[in-house]
Design a protein around this ligand. Structure first.
Ligand SMILES: C[S@@+](CC[C@H](N)C(=O)[O-])C[C@H]1O[C@@H](n2cnc3c(N)ncnc32)[C@H](O)[C@@H]1O
Length: 281
């Protein structure tokens, strides 16, 4: 049997665990985090007046709204995301040149070929298990000479800094009673390094213009805010492998471990971002 080309690729994260509360948390907590990297990405791409921009995996639409201001009245921005509850939050942001739709990077068949000048993926690429398939879709909807901008999480390489937040979260889930429910081995987060993203982009018909891994520090107000951001950013997948009645205890146990990292300024998290810019040949 041949797989339906429109069906989600194997290993795709579940879209069934999102909720109104997670969407609202994401909108509130991403303002000082993902939104910052997104604005940087838009600036580096030099998005200007009159351009047609597709924001793939737009979440609650903060970045798309910002880009709508950059392209002005003669441009237009379309934000797509497979999570209907995130699109609902996004649709409250109204601009004449801004639209949001439920949509999936794995199937952009409803969009015309060469209809966009820019494709943006901010904190989204690592959620796409079949990256060659998604990149082929982006190449199709971009005009020749159009640009793609990706900001994503790279794997922890040999040069990586320690990640106390990640260690505390992992340690909390390695203790009873959570250890009776091991995380499934198949992780749906696909992290690529600079060399891999270059190869993927070139194979899909793009000419990379910048590929860089950058360290950034982001601050969290409290241990609970760390847990909420990770749960909201993973649209509920963080605890989805645990039975529902254990999830509140898991949140509290993670927050308790993270409390050891609290300083008067909050909890500092050192993360690395892989930024890739490329032009469609
Ligand atoms: C961490 S959020 C980033 C949201 C937004 N881009 C931002 O800058 O805040 C990751 C987003 O990727 C979206 N996503 C996951 N799988 C996707 C897919 N197959 N196609 C498009 N978006 C996807 C999720 O629904 C979620 O909104």
């Amino acid at each position: 049997m041949t797989a339906d080309p429109r069906s989600p690729p194997a290993g795709a994260p579940s879209l069934a665990h999102d909720s109104d509360a997670l969407a609202a948390d994401y909108e509130r907590l991403s303002v000082t985090r993902q939104f910052e990297t997104g604005k940087g990405l838009a600036a580096e791409l030099g998005i200007g007046r009159g351009e047609r921009v597709l924001d793939v995996g737009c979440g609650t639409g903060l970045l798309a709204e910002h880009v709508a201001d950059l392209v002005g009245a003669d441009g237009r921005v379309l934000g797509i995301d497979p999570l209907p509850l995130r699109i609902e939050v996004a649709q409250a942001k109204t601009r004449a040149n801004l639209a949001f739709e439920v949509g999936d990077a794995n199937d952009l068949g409803a969009l015309p070929p060469a209809g966009f000048d820019v494709v943006l993926l901010n904190a989204v690429f690592h959620w796409l298990p079949d990256q060659p398939r998604a990149l082929a879709q982006f190449a199709r909807v971009l005009r020749p000479g159009g640009r793609i901008g990706i900001s994503t999480r790279p794997p922890n390489g040999a040069d990586a800094v320690r990640q106390p937040i990640f260690e505390a979260m992992t340690q909390a889930m390695a203790e009873p009673p959570f250890d009776r429910h091991p995380r499934p081995r198949t992780s749906f987060v696909v992290q690529v390094d600079a060399g891999e993203i270059r190869r993927l982009l070139e194979a899909a018909g793009f000419a990379p213009t910048l590929i860089e891994v950058r360290p950034i520090v982001r601050m969290h107000a409290s241990p609970e805010a760390v847990v909420r951001l990770y749960e909201a950013s993973s649209f509920g997948n963080l605890f989805a492998y645990l039975p529902p009645d254990l999830r509140p205890r898991a949140r509290a146990a993670m927050a308790a471990k993270l409390a050891a990292l609290m300083t008067p300024e909050g909890i500092a998290e050192q993360v690395r971002r892989l930024v890739a810019l490329a032009v469609r040949r």
